[in-house]
Every structure is written in structure tokens, then in C-alpha cells.
Design a binder for this molecule. Structure first.
Ligand SMILES: Cc1cc2nc3c(=O)[nH]c(=O)nc-3n(C[C@H](O)[C@H](O)[C@H](O)COP(=O)(O)OP(=O)(O)OC[C@H]3O[C@@H](n4cnc5c(N)ncnc54)[C@H](O)[C@@H]3O)c2cc1C
Length: 455
């Protein structure tokens, strides 16, 4: 089916690719313009390599617990070249798979940099030196973000690093100061600590992971302290300078951290400059594109999805937004559908222990005065935790005391990122705790803690 409609997508990350495959399947002619790597800069330069390194670091930590599994301890050593090959292999495999998928759906991929010439024309400076002006019925801006650099820091790719400078991992820092203790900061602190670096984490508030459940943050802090990670709580970095053998990070409370390296993990800024957005009348807010619930910008046929939309900066959210764009391009969703509810997005933090949550948080309910029922079950109650020789962590389910509806939950512990799917499904489908309790789950499995928490 050909709808005689052309969608031009600027940016081939999770948002752009999901929109492209979905729209192409619906009969739309799709052109994706990508200036770097199909699969997305953030997805393939941030998310996947960081998780790959964390997985290797986790395998190293695992070897330390082998004696508890009835095996002799063996020390693992890092092979930097093998790890680099592993990261590159995964990155290329994912990018090639995505390219093949797009091509198999008939999507045209142009390598190059794009911008709007007017509301229906996209100008492309292709990487082969040619230029193109492409007419479009609909346009999607999905250009992602890049690391934010504070005024007081000058990343040099050597000692003062952004998160993207950390891979491929040429060396592992002997010691590192990480500035920022949000999701990215704590993941990098965990990653470097797993590889034996001496880590200092600059935490601007009184807890790591500001905004997260304090009980969850406390478990992570305890783990960091037990591994020798120094926490500079209530401190903001105000200066970073090179020293003879490393860096010196100065904080506003007078504390100083001298380490061989520093990593900036203080958020991202949107790639929306020089795209001609304001010129065609697109409303912006702090560099992000303002969108409605259909991901339409203030110019109806120009959409924004993914991190540039200033909603939740998650790959999963970007992909879902991309699919919603494809639906809208063909005239709106067919049949029963749900609007994208950002409050119901599950997210995970790949630390030790792993952390995941979804939906309403206890503190949020408390602040709004909403009555909730909270049940918490430690994994230690399950046989699987004993079998795994890892009894850390818990499952927490938050429900409506009157109706039993599942409103949210958090999980701390092994496989938290996988297990949260059960609560995420319950939250999205408005299921009740009794639906989880009555599901016949596997034994022995950590998921049994979910059934117990739902009782
Ligand atoms: C360190 C780190 C770890 C992360 N880990 C996770 C995680 O574990 N799970 C998770 O869900 N999310 C994670 N994220 C967030 C996730 O990577 C982003 O939410 C996601 O990649 C956003 O997708 P996107 O499509 O909006 O943009 P991107 O993935 O950034 O893709 C945008 C693309 O647009 C291209 N582009 C930009 N401008 C132009 C132009 N003018 N012309 C042509 N092409 C252009 C870029 O080259 C890029 O490929 C992480 C982020 C960081 C920084």
C-alpha cells in the first residue's frame, strides 16, 4: 500500500528508527538522514557501550563471589583490547542490523547532516559531498542530545572527560572524580569502581539519585561506601584544572578531589541549533522542541520525538514516541489505543545492586496526600536468592488501598531491570495486585517476591 506521502526524518536514533520502520510498514515513503551512525549517537555511543562495560565489570565482581558458589576463587584481569573489540562488535552489529531492517522496509537512508529550509523542505549536506533538497509532507526531528559541558570545565579527551570520552576504554583511571550523581553519574561510578579505580562522586544534594526513593538511594550509597567510593555530599564542583599528574576538582564547600581523571556527568543539551526550527515557527523551550501528546510541534506536520522533545530521556520512550509519530502521520491510531503516558515509563539504573522503578513513587504520593498501600518483600525470602548466593535487595509494590490497582513499584537487586516489567505491565494495563498474586509464576525465581509483595 502506497499512501503517496513522504516522511523525512532527521536523526536515526531510537526515535527516528522506530518512526521510520513503523511509518514504512503503514505505506509511507520514508527518508532517514543520519550524520553519524544509524542506531543513534546516544544509543550506540552512550547507552550500549556503557552497559557493555558495566556488564564486563559485573562479571569481574562475580568472580570475587565464586567461593560462595562452591568454586575456587579466580582473579579476573581486564584485557582492554578485548573489551574494546567487544564494545565495537556490539555497536557495529546493532547498527548494521538496524540499517538492514530499515532497508528491508524500503526506507531510504542518506548519510549527512540535515536542516529545514522551510516547513516542507529539508536541506541535506550529504557525507559524499553532494547536497539535496527534499520535499516532505511530514518531518520528524529526532536529533537527540549531547553531553552538557559546564563553563568551569574544558574536556580534553585525556584527563577531563565527558561520558562519551570513556570508551573505547584506552586505559582505566587509577582514580577518578565523577561530577554528577544522577543516573549516568552513579552508573559510571559503579563501572569504574568495578574495574578497580578509586572513585570520588560529587553529589550536589544530600543523596545520590536526587528525586528517587530515598530508601533505594540509601541501598546504593551503602554499596558505594562498602566498595570505598568517596561521596562528597552537598557539594557542587566549581572548578576543574589539570595538575602535573591528573586533575584537581574544587567544590563550593571547600572540599577538593585530586584524582588522575575527572568525568562530567551533569546532563545533556539538545541538538536543535542550526536546524532552522525557529525560522519556520516551531515553539521551543530551553532548546527543546515543545510537543503535544501526538508528538506534533507547534507546526502541525513537523514532529519531534526522543530526547529533543524534553520528555523522559530514555531509549524506550524515544522509540514509543517514534511509533506514535508514525500513527499520526497516517491520520491517527486505528482501533483501541493508549496515549503515551510518561508517568508510566519503567526505568533502570545499572549499578550494583541494580535498581528499577515505574509509576507512582512513595514520596510523590506522600507529597500529594494520596492514600497508598506499600508492600515490601526482601529477595532473601526466596529460594532463588539463596541459590544465587545473593540475597540483597527487595521488591516494593505501591497500590490503591481502596481498589487494589497497582500504581507503581521499585525493585532493588539482581535482574531488577527485567523484573520491573511485571509491575510496568500492571501499571500500564491498570491491573490489580490480585492479578499479580494470582499469576502462576515460576519456582524457584526471584519473581516470587513479586507475588508475595502483591498478597
Ligand atoms: C551515558 C548514557 C547512558 C544511557 N543509558 C540508557 C539506558 O540504559 N537506557 C535507556 O533507555 N536510555 C539510556 N540513555 C538515554 C538514551 O541513550 C537516549 O534517551 C536515546 O538515545 C534518545 O534517542 P534519540 O532518538 O532521541 O536520539 P539519539 O540516540 O541521540 O539519536 C539522534 C541521532 O540524530 C543524529 N543527528 C543529530 N543532528 C543531526 C542532523 N542535523 N542531521 C542528521 N543527523 C543528525 C545524531 O547523529 C544521532 O545519531 C543513556 C544516555 C546516556 C548519555
Amino acid at each position: 500500500m502506497n499512501l503517496n506521502k513522504r516522511l523525512v526524518i532527521i536523526g536515526g536514533g531510537p526515535a527516528g528508527n522506530a518512526a521510520a520502520t513503523s511509518a514504512a510498514r503503514k505505506g509511507v515513503e520514508v527518508i532517514v538522514v543520519e550524520r553519524e551512525i544509524v542506531g543513534g549517537a546516544a544509543h550506540l555511543l552512550d547507552c550500549v557501550p556503557s552497559k557493555t562495560m558495566i556488564a564486563t565489570g559485573g562479571a569481574m565482581s562475580f568472580t570475587e563471589s565464586l567461593s560462595g558458589m562452591g568454586l575456587s576463587n579466580r582473579d579476573a584481569e581486564i584485557d582492554v583490547n578485548a573489551l574494546t573489540d567487544r564494545i565495537e562488535g556490539i555497536k557495529n552489529r546493532l547498527s548494521n542490523d538496524m540499517t538492514s531492517l530499515l532497508q528491508s522496509q524500503g526506507v531510504t537512508i542518506i548519510r549527512g547532516s540535515a536542516r529545514l529550509l522551510n516547513a516542507n523542505t529539508v536541506h541535506v549536506d550529504a557525507s559524499d559531498g553532494t547536497t539535496h533538497q527534499i520535499q516532505a509532507d511530514d518531518i520528524l526531528i529526532s536529533t537527540g542530545t549531547r553531553p552538557r559541558i559546564p563553563q568551569f570545565a574544558q574536556p580534553d579527551g585525556d584527563r577531563i572527560l565527558t561520558t562519551r570520552d570513556c570508551y573505547p576504554p584506552r586505559i582505566f583511571p587509577e582514580s577518578v572524580t565523577i561530577i554528577g550523581s544522577g543516573v549516568t553519574g552513579v552508573e559510571f561510578a559503579h563501572m569504574f569502581a568495578s574495574f578497580g579505580s578509586k572513585v570520588t562522586l560529587v553529589v550536589s544534594r544530600q543523596q545520590v539519585l536526587p528525586g528517587k526513593d530515598p530508601e533505594v538511594a540509601a541501598v546504593l550509597e551503602e554499596n558505594f561506601l562498602s566498595r570505598g567510593v568517596r561521596l562528597y555530599k552537598g557539594a557542587r564542583a566549581t572548578n576543574i584544572e589539570r595538575t602535573e599528574h591528573g586533575v584537581r576538582v574544587v567544590c563550593d564547600d571547600g572540599r577538593v578531589s585530586e584524582t588522575t581523571h575527572a568525568v562530567l556527568a551533569i546532563g545533556s543539551i539538545p541538538n536543535t541549533e542550526d536546524l532552522g526550527l525557529e525560522e519556520v515557527g516551531i515553539e521551543m523551550d530551553g532548546g527543546y522542541i515543545v510537543i503535544n501528546r501526538h508528538c506534533q510541534s507547534s507546526v502541525e506536520h513537523i514532529y519531534a520525538a526522543g530526547d529533543v522533545s524534553g520528555k523522559l530521556p530514555l531509549s524506550s520512550v524515544a522509540s514509543m514516541q517514534g511509533k506514535k509519530v508514525a500513527e499520526q502521520v497516517v491520520g491517527g491510531p486505528r482501533g483501541p489505543h493508549r496515549h503515551l503516558d510518561y508517568d508510566k515509563a519503567a526505568s533502570a539504573i545499572f549499578t550494583e545492586p541494580e535498581i528499577a522503578d515505574v509509576g507512582l513513587a512513595e514520596a510523590e504520593a506522600f507529597a500529594s496526600g494520596r492514600k497508598i498501600r506499600v508492600t515490601k518483600v526482601p529477595f532473601a525470602t526466596t529460594a532463588k536468592a539463596l541459590i544465587n548466593n545473593d540475597s540483597r535487595g527487595f521488591v516494593k509494590i505501591i497500590s490503591d488501598p481502596a481498589t487494589g490497582e497497582v500504581l507503581g513499584g521499585s525493585i532493588v537487586g539482581r535482574h531488577a531491570a527485567e523484573l520491573i516489567s511485571v509491575i510496568a505491565l500492571a501499571v500500564t494495563a491498570n491491573l490489580k495486585v490480585s492479578d499479580i498474586e494470582e499469576s502462576l509464576l515460576v519456582h524457584p525465581a526471584l519473581a516470587e517476591a513479586l507475588s508475595e509483595a502483591a498478597e
